[in-house]
Design a protein around this ligand. Sequence first.
Ligand SMILES: [Zn+2]
Length: 232
Amino acid sequence: MANSVKWLGHAACHITTEKGTVILIDPWISGNASCPVKKEDIKKADIILVTHDHFDHLGTDIPDLVKATGATVIAQPELVDTLQKSGVSADNIIFGMGMNIGGQVEIAGVKITMTQAFHSGTAGNPAGYIITLEDGKTIYHAGDTGIFASMGLFGDIYDIDLALIPIGSVFTMNPLQAAVSLTLLKPKKVIPIHYQTFPILVQDAGEFIDLARKKAPEVKVEAIKPGQEVTI
Ligand SMILES: [Zn+2]
């Protein structure tokens, strides 16, 4: 057994740790044409991470997912208000009120650190997450963001096994910024996300793969399709 990270299309990811803990990130499932599962298919989730409140990240399924699984939701306090209005109980929100950038919480042996992301949103500030699994393996989900120099700090502080970074341009990093971000983050593997979903986004990972090979040849690019997974 290993830890597996399944891409659900766009920014949505489904992590199952070696110990069986399930973590969902930005579960935009209903309405996401690239998502290979339905919300009813998700029977187990322990932790749900939300990066920001745009529809393609927050989605509309979190209240039902929480009811079905009892998962604990992590988001910023301002976004917690939105979640509570949509029917998520405070009992299912970390400390009943959320967390913020720089903070670390631990649930079921998984350490979650919220990071900054440079983007926009309605409630709170967009974020990313560094997720340290029970066995120490570390995943970075950048959320929606442009490149920023302190990604180099994340690369120095954390030994990132897998990075999930947007490459689709228009709303986030383009393939060039995403490739250069690998020189800062220094992950062992990367899954490019947040592309192809909308007609205005970059439509395939080809340019990113070429640029990553030039800028950060030591990083293994895992350009998987929605529904496929990578183990770490
Ligand atoms: Zn967004």
